[in-house]
Design a protein around this ligand. Sequence first.
Ligand code: IPM
Ligand code: MN
Length: 365
Amino acid sequence: MHFKITVLPGDGIGPEITTEAVKVLKAVGSRFNHDFSLEYGLLGGVAIDKTGAALPEDTLKLCRASDAVLLGAVGDPKWDNDPQARVRPEDGLLGLRKGLGLFANLRPIKVFPVLINGANLKPEVLKGVDFIFVRELTGGIYFGRPRKRWQTARGWRAIDTMSYSEPEIERIVRVGCELARGRGKKLVSVDKANVLESSRLWRQIAVEVAKSYPDVALEHMFVDACAMRLIQNPAYFDVVVTTNMFGDILTDEASMLAGSLGMLPSASLAGVPQEKAGTFGLYEPSHGSAPRRAGQNVANPLATILSIPMMLRYSFGLGEEAQAVEDAVSEVLSEGYRTYDIMSEGNEKVGTREMGDLVVGKVRS
Ligand code: IPM
Ligand code: MN
């Protein structure tokens, strides 16, 4: 089969990690006889430097004309410390998510058994951890209006708005229900309904949507309690659905269960998976651009490499191919190869490129 993929390497370690993921994708193509054609585009700081815009119009066009998008990471401290900066690399990513209608961000938290002993938490807490976050990605406080800063008689003031509409909540909860249906049938909806009006609406709609999924058990959890439960008993979870900002925070926390943020892939989808084969999506690691690690061949490429099986499954419907990549990563880890962020005693330390080569070798064989 033939698929068109737009690759957006972005900033920092982005180009290095996408290079490795592309190698793995090509290995899948040659083993299973698929033709993946790649086109490269600019996004983030590199796009600002070259065009003045974080999300150039050409990039959006390229993405819209493709079957899926592979993204590295965006962001550079060059822009972080300037509160007046007109344009930021992150705006490119947010604009892309909005422009492509990628409202559902899936972040699976799966603990590779061989990494359990090297993680920050006790092995008995991590045993059996296998769940998936469904983060709403194009609404909430990330996009709500008004959003501004202004000067008052008592100095500066700023406002962000957390707002959700019924259709926005409905579609994302449906993604949670569909995924739960295909897994352990337990859906936890995370909100702050004891304080926030938008959360009260969220909870009400969640209850309504779940009525069409009598086989799925819906539970509500406050975001603070969820943050605690993720550390106390992470094996409790099956599918978690939540708002844009809560999901941003909780998925960074949950990544520590998988050993490192460098192990966490993600898929951002424009539709409800399972309902329609071939959902358009953008695939990227959950971590950032790690500018201090850039260009040193040390970054862990596995989060990006593990985004490839998500692409193969959700956008291309290629389950067997996806499994081959996941098995390859598993085998490489079992053989003791580690990047610096997941190193434990007795392991063999490898760089970004070497890790990519090892996975490619397993996919080919
Ligand atoms: C993420 C990142 C982004 C977000 C940033 C880079 C805008 O932290 O994908 O989790 O906050 O969504
Ligand atoms: Mn984040």
